[in-house]
Design a protein around this ligand. Structure first.
Ligand SMILES: [Zn+2]
Length: 413
């Protein structure tokens, strides 16, 4: 048993409390054994020291909305890519994400159980995964790749072993589809409750699935203890349907109105804003071959999205950091903190949203999200003090050291 002592850094523990100087974090195996004043710990002298060199020590960040098997690319390129190649690409995306300081993610569709197993067993490097497998979508909905040409152009392949198609309609079909996702290893159920930006045949404000269908999905998840539902929900009506059905988190939430905010507060529903998604889609539209409809819709929603986020934050809605990485380049996740700060959060609030609150959103707050004795040893060391420049986290060279499960996964010093 070799202990590691992380010292000589400012500690931001993820709880939102004041940063601490002169404290250390002691790791044994994959757990935090001690956090506190250096003089209160009896070191044996055999410990490995990780010197933070005056940087800042934080919990590993958690991105509650990513797509690890996807990185948007032009359609011709997708058609010319062999099926199995996506796994090798995903291995790269996972590593890039981990090295960006993200030690846990909730995958919002597209990643199957084999990928999680490969990470868990150390075959490939990557953040800890919470999987949704595939998203439930109505015929013609946000997740249905059918095009008017008659060709089906999905963002990702589906309907292969471990990845059921998500198309379903009516209470009986949604019940069965939820069970199929659970059978395939879903730890959270993802549903498209409205249209979206990337889908060719709908619009973010279109409502998809009835309240009745959404309730059945939530109920099926409840039968399996702890399996919650996350809803892609952009239009106001779809958001309210989702919240009324008992859905755990609203993804994107672009057109949130006052009534939706009231409902979310009453129900304790999380908002996962993904402010980076439309911004990054526009920046990289040419390079990724983003269709014109998606570019137009991104432009249309970008300001409304920020205004909705501000309103929800000011009202006290619980906000968990999530980006939609995969719709754009992986490893740029922490830009989201800068965007949340630009839209009214304090730098400390953006950090809490990306650590403690994100862990709560995943139901993993007993083991992750804050630096506390007994929790899993996921931590990062960053250059400088992110409270003084939250945008600095967007640069991956700022993330100097990444420790996941007590193991040093990155050290670029
Ligand atoms: Zn997404």
């Amino acid at each position: 048993m070799v202990r590691k002592i992380v010292k000589n850094g400012l500690i931001i523990d993820g709880t939102g409390s004041e940063p601490k100087k002169g404290q250390i974090v002691v790791i044994v195996n994959n757990r935090i054994e001690f956090i506190g004043k250096e003089e209160d710990f009896q070191a044996s002298g055999d410990e490995t020291v990780i010197d933070a060199q005056g940087g800042t020590i934080l919990p590993g960040f958690i991105d509650t909305h990513v797509h690890m098997m996807l990185e948007f690319s032009p359609i011709a390129e997708r058609l010319a890519t062999p099926f199995s190649f996506m796994y090798y690409q995903a291995a790269e995306y996972l590593k890039t994400t981990l090295h960006a300081g993200i030690t846990s993610v909730r995958d919002a569709l597209g990643t199957d159980l084999g990928v999680k197993k490969a990470v868990d067993e150390g075959l490939i490097a990557g953040p800890r995964l919470q999987l949704s497998i595939n998203a439930l979508t109505i015929t013609g909905g946000h997740g249905d790749g059918y095009t008017v040409s008659g060709n089906v152009v999905d963002l990702l392949p589906s309907d292969y072993p471990g990845m059921p198609s998500g198309v379903c309609d009516g209470v009986e079909e949604v019940r069965k589809k939820t069970r199929e996702m659970l059978r395939a290893g879903a730890e959270v159920i993802k549903v498209h409750a409205t249209g979206g930006v990337l889908s060719a045949t709908d619009h973010p404000e279109f409502t998809q699935f009835s309240l009745e269908e959404l309730k059945v999905i939530v109920e099926e998840g409840k039968f399996r203890k702890g399996v919650k539902v996350m809803a892609h929900a952009q239009g106001a009506e779809g958001i309210k349907n989702a919240v009324r059905a008992g859905i755990h988190s609203i993804e994107h939430g672009i057109f949130i109105d006052d009534e939706a905010i009231e409902l979310m507060l009453e129900n304790g529903t999380y908002l996962v804003p993904t402010l980076l998604a439309p911004v990054a889609v526009l920046e990289t539209a040419e390079e990724t071959g983003m269709p014109e409809t998606a570019v137009q819709k991104s432009k249309e929603v970008i300001d409304i999205h920020v205004a909705s986020f501000k309103k929800a934050h000011e009202a006290g809605v619980k906000i968990a950091m999530g980006t939609d990485a995969g719709v754009f380049k992986h490893g740029t996740n922490l830009r989201e903190l800068g965007l949340m700060a630009d839209a009214g959060m304090t730098p400390m609030e953006t950090i809490v949203a990306s650590t403690k609150t994100a862990a709560e959103c995943l139901g993993w707050e007993d083991r992750l999200g804050t630096l506390e004795a007994g929790k899993l040893a996921d931590l990062i060391i960053v250059k400088g003090n992110p409270l003084e420049d939250i945008h600095s986290l967007a640069d991956n060279d700022t993330i100097q050291v990444v420790v996941k499960d007590g193991k040093v996964e990155k050290d670029i010093r």
